[in-house]
Design a protein around this ligand. Structure first.
Ligand SMILES: [Zn+2]
Length: 377
């Protein structure tokens, strides 16, 4: 059997629902140690992180991935046990097959092939894995990066294995991601009887104008690589349930997915300016889950595109859509970040799967990227 498929199956058979790792990282660490990698386990609280590196000097290329998976949902909806990998009609089925144990297996075999074929090369190779990508992402890559920074370590190129393809491996790569900023807003009124509105302050009436204006906020993208930044109101609640009571407050939540042309500060100011202009008695609690990033340098992007076309003959499209990824923690330290992984059609669903062929293709592309970046001038 093919070694990438075999390793993917071994990883899938470990039920590593976030924040569990269930020995996936140990298994990979043992393989990489055997070919000369330096292994560091960096657990933070219940989260397992692995930092494996090879080579002494030169630019550092890393693969970034996660060993945790999302929960299966009702097991009876699956064709079979989601943690007993099954090969059927050319697909490998199981939780994590596409997101992203398949890519992780392909990282490992690509590295093994590269090291066995290139005794000498210019640069270093790293593999960073966490068991907290699908969860709160607090004790995973974010903390590993902090630790590396405290040791003055820098990363030049980072390839994230998240599932980026629409139909075929290599058809889409991500060269950036939007940021995500959320807010919970409370508008304070004064509760009272609907028959005596002069003795109350209706937060629904008071805030309608402001909410309408806020819902229309948008910020133009000027990079040419992103959609414009839009705001969405996701929750809106007020009222006691009784029809004769003016409620005491109104609460709503919003989220903005934003491009690098807009800043967190600018978004906060626009929203709060509207609330103030309407003289509302409000409080707001903001939470930033990630800043946007965009890789503008061409070295990694070109190496990835050329490797894809060499292995698959596909013309690659660059994209920045979708949710956030752990790439957001790597880009700010100055690394070029590109994401390339399998077809994303089945991720987080029941009967998650990956085309078995795609595992082999991915490993070949990852191997080619190493060849282009580390063995050519
Ligand atoms: Zn993932």
């Amino acid at each position: 059997m093919n070694s990438t498929i075999e390793l993917a199956k071994e990883l899938i058979s470990r039920a590593s629902v976030t924040p569990l790792d269930e020995g996936c990282q140990d298994l990979i660490a043992r393989r990489l140690e055997k070919i000369g990698f330096n292994i560091e386990h960096m657990p933070f609280e219940e989260v397992k992180n692995l930092w494996a590196t090879y080579g002494k000097e030169g630019p550092l290329f890393i693969f970034l991935g996660h060993t945790d998976v999302v929960p299966t949902g009702p097991i009876e909806d699956w064709k079979h046990d989601p943690f007993l990998p099954l090969e059927e009609n050319g697909f490998l089925i199981g939780r994590g097959a596409a997101d992203m144990k398949g890519s992780v297996a392909a990282f490992v075999t690509a590295i093994e092939d590269f090291i066995s074929q290139n005794k000498e090369f210019n640069g270093r190779i790293g593999l960073m894995l966490t068991s907290d990508e699908e969860g709160p992402s607090v004790n995973g890559v974010k903390r590993v990066i902090k630790k590396l920074q405290s040791r003055q370590e820098s990363i030049d190129w980072c390839l994230v294995g998240e599932p980026t393809a629409n139909n075929q491996v290599g058809d889409v790569i991500k060269i950036g991601r939007r940021g995500s900023l959320g807010a919970s807003i409370k508008i304070q009124g004064i509760q009272g009887h609907v028959a005596y509105p002069q003795k109350a302050l209706n937060p629904i009436h008071e805030s309608l104008g402001a909410i309408n204006e806020i819902s229309k906020l948008a910020w133009k993208d000027e990079t040419g690589e992103f959609q414009d930044s839009v705001l969405q109101i996701s929750n809106l609640n007020s009222g006691t349930g009784a029809s004769n009571v003016i409620p005491g407050d109104l609460n709503f939540d919003l989220n903005v997915r934003f491009s690098p042309s807009t800043t967190e500060k600018e978004i906060k100011e626009s929203v709060e300016k509207i609330l103030s202009n309407h003289s509302l008695n409000y409080s707001v609690s903001w939470s930033l889950s990630g800043n946007p990033f965009l890789t503008k340098e061409r070295t990694l992007i070109d190496a990835v595109k050329q490797s894809i076309s060499e292995v698959t003959d596909i013309e690659t499209e660059t994209s920045t859509d979708g949710g956030t990824s752990d790439g957001r923690f790597i880009a700010p330290i100055g690394a070029e970040v590109v994401e390339l992984g399998p077809v994303n059609e089945s991720i987080h669903k029941v009967n998650e799967c990956i085309r078995s062929e795609d595992l082999i293709t991915l490993s070949e592309i990852y191997n080619q990227i190493l060849v282009r970046l580390l063995t050519k001038d």
